[in-house]
Design a protein around this ligand. Structure first.
Ligand SMILES: O=C(O)C(=O)C[C@]1(C(=O)O)C=C[C@@H](O)C=C1
Length: 165
């Protein structure tokens, strides 16, 4: 059984009834709290899946940008995104300032990933060894089996610059 906070906690180890309030509040109140928390748990799981899909998409952007030597950040795109998200947040009765802060937090993480991809792309060009970038905070994993640059996932050379025009 893994401890909470352990990096390798498995989903099955989750105790939905874990609470510091157990034994300290009316059992009926605790039951209602746990019932609401079961929805919160579903929302949180969905957030993780949504974020994972978003990071999969931004990883593709990072690879594209690295392959075409484009800068990791696009400030005008960010301004437009934040403007739109603030409006969406307002209409959804979510604090726009929170929406902006959350979005900026995600985007800054994406930019770090882009920088890591760009650096590994340069290293591939310099060494001919293809590293793989992980999105789970574990850093780079060398891939000794992949040294043939003719079949990397980067767009082919004749594609270079196609999106810069
Ligand atoms: O769309 C891009 O160009 C991205 O790199 C993705 C993204 C984002 O996470 O939405 C991240 C960094 C950029 O500054 C703008 C947007």
């Amino acid at each position: 059984m893994s401890e909470p906070g352990n990096d390798h906690l498995s989903v099955e180890d989750f105790d939905p009834a874990a609470s510091s309030l157990t034994g300290q509040v009316d059992p009926l109140v605790l039951a209602e709290l746990l019932s609401i928390r079961s929805s919160i748990d579903n929302f949180d799981a969905t957030l993780v899946y949504l974020l994972a899909e978003r990071f999969k998409a931004t990883q593709r952007v990072g690879i594209l940008k690295a392959a075409h030597q484009l800068p990791p950040a696009d400030p005008n795109r960010e301004k437009a995104q934040i403007h739109r998200l603030r409006a969406l947040a307002e209409s959804a009765h979510l604090d726009p300032a929170f929406a902006e802060k959350f979005m900026n937090f995600i985007i800054s993480e994406v930019i770090h990933h882009h920088q890591a991809i760009s650096q590994s792309h340069s290293e591939v060009a310099a060494t001919g060894v293809l590293p793989m970038v992980s999105l789970d905070g574990q850093g780079f994993v060398a891939s000794p089996a992949r040294t043939d640059l003719s079949s990397t996932e980067f767009p082919p050379a004749d594609d270079a610059g196609a999106h810069q025009k």
